[in-house]
Design a protein around this ligand. Structure first.
Ligand SMILES: Cc1cc2nc3c(=O)[nH]c(=O)nc-3n(C[C@H](O)[C@H](O)[C@H](O)COP(=O)(O)OP(=O)(O)OC[C@H]3O[C@@H](n4cnc5c(N)ncnc54)[C@H](O)[C@@H]3O)c2cc1C
Ligand code: FES
Length: 271
């Protein structure tokens, strides 16, 4: 179990909090404390200081890392306003104090020998993939072999497309209403691509129904797949047991998304 005092980043402040349209924001967080390491897929538990409600911190994927003079100085998160906690975050101003716990959880496992990699994101599920793609680019992956399949309800829900293009990727887009990219579910172009060019690895993050389809596709084509799951979390440290996920291999056993995940091998869990 994590020791919360070890994971609490002292003196964290909001550096920026920029609207991205349609209820999405990017928030930069500066952290005074020492951050040894952070890996794509890990998350932070956040709460604005001085707020009584909500009492609990909320989990957010690390979207980008702020590095200065080879040291990690902070993080950027990408978030969507869905309730009280995220509405409060949306009102935060530069200089506001923020209570940060992290980085927490298990990250995506990247294999240097992989040439063809498919990332599948639904809506705000795109958040961890910019960091993953940036790390892969720095690690020397040929980014033309790393594809992002990005789906959303409308064009407004397709975020960060230009950021991925800057990294040499050409995101494959799909929207429910056809306002950008292919009309329909993002899993349709994914399956098409798998038939012509099966990947060495698939990574997925997004709504539960999308993850279930991606996991079924991976199982059907016998492809390795890692999924990042966004369960509701209270403590983020393995203490409250609120983030239980069914274990596929052990009958009636559960894994905890906060400490055993949020990234799991698709073969490990039942969603
Ligand atoms: C590991 C992890 C990483 C995450 N990364 C991001 C991220 O990068 N960006 C981002 O915007 N969100 C992310 N989330 C989801 C985010 O934590 C929730 O949206 C947030 O906690 C909602 O807080 P709230 O107080 O605004 O909403 P609440 O008032 O708590 O809830 C409002 C509504 O949203 C629903 N809800 C709450 N949490 C979740 C959830 N995890 N999944 C689906 N529905 C939920 C509730 O059931 C309710 O209907 C992540 C979650 C996890 C577990
Ligand atoms: S969120 Fe409390 S145990 Fe996982």
């Amino acid at each position: 179990m994590y020791n919360p005092t070890e994971k609490c980043l002292q003196g964290a402040q909001v550096l920026w909090n920029r609207p991205q349209g349609s209820g999405y924001y990017r928030m930069g967080l500066g952290c005074a404390g020492k951050i040894e390491s952070v890996h794509p897929g890990q998350f932070l538990m956040l709460r604005l200081e001085g707020q009584q409600s909500p009492l609990l911190r909320r989990p957010f994927s690390v979207h980008q890392v702020i590095v200065d003079q080879h040291r990690i100085r902070g993080f950027e998160i990408l978030y969507k306003v869905v309730g009280d906690g995220t509405a409060l975050l949306a009102g935060a101003k530069k200089g506001d104090g923020i209570d940060v716990l992290g980085p927490l959880g298990k990250s995506f496992v990247v294999h240097p020998g992989h040439k063809t990699v498919y990332c599948v994101a639904g809506g705000i599920g795109v958040a961890p993939f910019l960091f993953l793609a940036a790390r892969m680019s720095v690690a020397g992956f040929d980014m033309s072999g790393v594809s992002l399949f990005l789906g959303g309800r409308t064009a407004n829900d397709l975020l960060c497309v230009e950021d991925f293009e800057t990294l040499g990727m050409s995101p494959i887009l799909a929207t429910d209403d056809g306002s950008r990219g292919q009309r329909g579910l993002v899993t349709a172009p994914l399956e098409e691509a798998i038939r012509t060019s099966p990947p060495d690895m698939m990574y997925a993050c997004g709504p539960l129904p999308m993850l279930r389809v991606v996991m079924a596709i991976a199982a059907h084509h016998d492809l390795p797949c890692q999924v990042s799951i966004e369960t509701i979390m209270a403590c983020g440290m393995g203490a409250c047991l609120g983030c239980a996920v069914k274990d596929k291999k052990r009958h009636a056993a559960y894994r905890h998304a906060c400490v055993d995940g949020p990234v799991f091998d698709a073969e490990e869990i039942v969603l």
